[in-house]
Design a binder for this molecule. Structure first.
Ligand SMILES: CC(C)(COP(=O)(O)OP(=O)(O)OC[C@H]1O[C@@H](n2cnc3c(N)ncnc32)[C@H](O)[C@@H]1OP(=O)(O)O)[C@@H](O)C(=O)NCCC(=O)NCCS
Length: 166
């Protein structure tokens, strides 16, 4: 695929339910319900086909604008072809030119592929919230990935003001 063809579109709030299953690719349904309805949901596609989605939450910290990738998912058949990296770079560019300074994303200690993906996409580890993956956060059962219990939340950040220095 020529990645120049990838389009990025803000989804219409009235039709957001049509996209819920996309976010289930990345997170547990109960957890998605907790933040469903917040932020901006972006759809990405090639021609008529939607290939990825990302839910972005903005916040202000003093004078600093921050944006979090709350959920990101590429359609299974399109994974491993560079779409995820392209989605990140399009989002970085979109929010950077609008004055956002920090982009945040969080994943689980057990999600080895995602831990690699975010680092190759320009993020650095920032902090760890231990014992996050519990019922109170929408994770009612013990999940195991790569033989590792999903337990701790790893927070990554990317400094958008330092673009071009990767
Ligand atoms: C995580 C996820 C968003 C990544 O998207 P993706 O489209 O598969 O990512 P990419 O193809 O850009 O990169 C994945 C790998 O493919 C490889 N790749 C293959 N072709 C590539 C290309 N043309 N350009 C860049 N990388 C390419 C890279 O080596 C990359 O490896 P890395 O992660 O070690 O850098 C996707 O796998 C996904 O939706 N997973 C399920 C949901 C999920 O877990 N979301 C994250 C929740 S925290």
């Amino acid at each position: 695929m020529d990645h120049k063809e990838l389009w990025m579109r803000e989804t219409d709030r009235d039709h957001r339910d049509d996209y819920r299953r996309w976010l289930w690719l990345a997170d547990e349904p109960d957890a998605v319900t907790a933040y469903w309805g917040q932020g901006v949901l972006w759809a990405f596609g090639v021609g008529e086909e939607m290939v990825a989605a990302a839910l972005m939450l903005s916040s202000e910290h003093g004078t600093e604008l921050m944006v979090e990738i709350k959920n990101i998912a590429v359609a299974p058949l399109w994974q491993g072809h560079g779409i995820g990296h392209r989605v990140i770079s399009d989002l970085v560019e979109y929010y950077r030119v609008r004055g956002y300074r920090i982009m945040v994303v969080k994943t689980a200690n057990s999600s080895l592929r995602n831990l690699a993906f975010y680092q190759t996409a320009g993020f650095r580890m920032d902090s760890i919230q231990r014992d996050f993956f519990t019922a109170s956060h929408g994770y009612p059962t013990t999940l195991i990935e790569n033989g590792i219990v999903m337990r701790d939340l790893v927070r990554f950040t990317r400094d958008l003001s330092a673009e071009g220095t990767l």
